[in-house]
Design a protein. Structure first.
Length: 320
């Protein structure tokens, strides 16, 4: 217990304008943070919302959102399937079974809970969702001849790696922080690599984020000396009863410039926050659930969190 009249200093202070990270451990985490395609989009929309979602929400949320858990399940199945040296559409059922049981042969089960997917499969809605995804992938295979494509073997940083969940990094001129991310699949294609990203959500036609993300991945691989000739996003359940393939024009110079502008803007937001007492401002955006919950500025749903845990970490005394 603190002496009478001395208040505990909490590691995070929230005001109507944004979020201050005061605690040393949080500041260390922020200092280590690198850029990623998803982070670039989020921090540019609202630095404060991104910071709370990244550093605070994992500590206080009730459980991982179901769409994250389901997405990991599907991605793990794809990783196992494409790593199978005898891969064919006929091995898909067995690959899926092994991943679900937490006993994959060619990939790794979740570290925290190897039986996570088995637990998910016991829920009828989760099971139906995954069945729809697998059936959607079978249709994608028919559309794109995926089983005939050869996974790229990539010589990178002194090692030969398979193009499955490939860890890509890049350092761009004029950008302080490195950019990193995982490319779901890299195939050998005529004239270079073909990159594929699995999307387990719904497809939104005309979403420019699709093109920006895959173009950034292509630019990251190019920065390491690789040639990328094709890129696509594949949605096994993108539309009702119909998978979707979104082909990306990764050579579009206008898009490439927009990608670079976004990277530099995100880099500047991160550096500016660190140089301003680790202050991340709120910027009004319709999906700002944290800002809506804490300040009342917005209409988004509140985050699913343990409020008692949150208020042990954050000081909200300056919110009006």
């Amino acid at each position: 217990m603190l002496p009478l009249g001395i208040e505990e200093i909490k590691p995070i202070k929230i005001t109507n304008e944004g979020v201050y990270f005061i605690g040393k451990e949080f500041r260390k985490q922020i200092d280590k943070k690198k850029l990623s395609p998803s982070m670039i989009n989020a921090i540019n929309q609202s630095p404060g919302e991104w910071a709370l979602s990244t550093f605070v929400e994992p500590l206080v949320r009730i459980e991982e959102p179901i769409y994250f858990a389901r997405g990991h399940w599907f991605h793990s199945t794809m990783e196992e399937h494409f790593a199978n040296p005898n891969r064919s559409i006929n091995t898909l059922k067995e690959d899926f079974k092994n991943v679900t049981l937490g006993e994959p042969f060619f990939s790794q089960p979740p570290k925290d809970n190897p039986k996570q997917y088995l637990e998910l499969s016991k829920d009828i809605e989760n099971k139906k969702w995954m069945t729809d995804c697998i059936n959607g992938f079978i249709k994608l295979n028919e559309m794109e001849n995926l089983e005939d494509k050869k996974i790229a073997h990539i010589y990178d940083k002194g090692q030969t790696k398979d193009g499955i969940e490939f860890f890509a990094t890049a350092n761009f001129e004029g950008v302080t922080n490195s950019v990193l991310g995982f490319v779901d699949c890299i195939f050998e294609e005529e004239g270079g690599f073909g990159i594929v990203d699995w999307k387990t959500g719904k497809y939104h036609k005309g979403d420019e984020g699709y093109q920006l993300q895959q173009t950034l991945y292509a630019m990251m691989l190019e920065s390491s000396g690789f040639t990328v000739s094709k890129a696509s996003l594949m949605f096994p359940i993108g539309l009702p009863n119909k998978p979707v393939v979104e082909k990306i024009d990764i050579l579009n110079e206008k898009v490439r410039q927009e990608v670079m502008d976004n990277v530099k803007k995100a880099d500047n937001e991160l550096e500016k926050a660190k140089n301003n007492n680790y202050f991340f401002p709120f910027r009004r955006f319709k999906w700002n659930s944290w800002e809506t919950f804490l300040t009342g500025n917005g209409t988004a749903y509140k985050p699913q969190i343990h409020e008692d845990k949150l208020f042990q970490l954050v000081d909200t005394s300056e919110i009006i």
